[in-house]
Design a protein around this ligand. Structure first.
Ligand SMILES: [Zn+2]
Length: 95
């Protein structure tokens, strides 16, 4: 069932209700004050789904701004940082 946003004229926060597409009320009672709230026409929330395609798009969008740091390539068993054999390195603090 699609969701619809309603705005109360008394400066209450907008609220969302679910209604069948066959019967969408233009007005609804505000849950905070009970006033007559009108339906707000806005952009459809197409990105609100939870599918593999949506997760991939979200991950791609997030990695374009803050790339994920990896230490190894996927499927690689080789360590990215070589293990030192110098005995003095044992005294260094570990990450
Ligand atoms: Zn209200």
């Amino acid at each position: 069932m699609p969701t619809y946003v309603y705005r109360c004229p008394a400066d209450c926060p907008d609220f969302v209700e679910r209604h069948p597409m066959a019967s969408i009320p233009d007005r609804s009672a505000c849950p905070d004050c009970g006033d007559d709230a009108r339906r707000v026409i806005g952009a459809p929330s197409l990105g609100a789904g939870d599918s593999a395609a949506m997760r991939l798009q979200d991950a791609t969008r997030a990695s374009s701004e803050t790339p994920t740091v990896v230490s190894n390539l996927p499927g690689s068993t080789r360590r990215s940082t070589p293990i030192s054999t110098n005995p003095l390195h044992r005294k260094l603090p570990r990450p």
